[in-house]
Design a protein around this ligand. Structure first.
Ligand code: HQG
Length: 183
């Protein structure tokens, strides 16, 4: 991804996950907005966007963060939202025995007190592989991978969802389902 693409990807994450109102757009409950509306609003805000650039960013996004509707008219972020205007109706799924959450060692004390919480986002984010979790943890500081007993949680009635890009989502994880990865 070029520097320009990364910048546009971050802009799309910002308006499609967190603050659509910052450029005066409205997302529907499933997170969709018309691409034409997005382009007009972004351009007014000084971000030059066109459909080609958007398609390119969506296609090359390393984490497949965005999805364009089949008719090519609308776009949404597939997960990671904090805006209260969106509440995606994800399909519930049975998770594998273990899922992984990458975080920073400085958060551990608080995590072991309160469990893993979603913070400003709608869900706690988990991955199916440790490598991804390690990279996510790196963004926050000295990384550590937490192993989550996902299947056991599911068996006890906790819901799990999987976004189109493979990220697993759940609401809150209590300490008894968390252990540290011994490397
Ligand atoms: C931590 C990226 C203290 C949590 C990734 C994390 C992901 C606590 C941080 C997606 C806590 C929140 C999300 C507690 C949780 N006390 N800290 N009780 N419970 N935390 O950025 O999971 O590149 O909101 O461990 O790939 O890091 O944006 O969540 O460290 O899928 O597409 O609070 O973002 O994707 O940080 O990342 P975040 P995250 P993108």
């Amino acid at each position: 991804m070029s520097k320009h693409h990364t910048e546009i990807s971050k802009f799309l994450s910002f308006v499609l996950r967190h603050q659509p109102d910052a450029i005066g757009i409205t997302l529907d409950i499933e997170g969709w907005v018309d691409i034409a509306v997005l382009i007009t609003a972004a351009t007014k805000d000084g971000k030059t966007l066109d459909i080609e650039l958007i398609r390119d960013v969506v296609a090359t996004s390393d984490k497949k963060r965005f999805f364009i509707s089949e008719d090519g008219l609308r776009i949404r972020a597939v997960q990671g939202h904090s805006t209260q205007s969106v509440d995606i109706n994800y399909k519930e799924q049975v998770p594998p025995e273990f899922l992984y959450h990458g975080t920073a060692t400085r958060f551990l004390e608080s995590i072991y007190k309160d469990g893993l919480t979603s913070g400003s986002r709608h869900y706690v984010h988990l991955s199916q592989d440790e490598q991804t979790a390690l990279a996510v943890g790196h963004r926050h500081g000295q990384p550590i991978v937490l192993v989550i007993k996902a299947l056991q949680m599911h068996e006890q009635g906790f819901k799990f969802f999987r976004a189109e890009n493979g990220v697993w989502l759940t609401s809150i994880i209590s300490v008894k389902f968390i252990s540290e990865k011994i490397s």
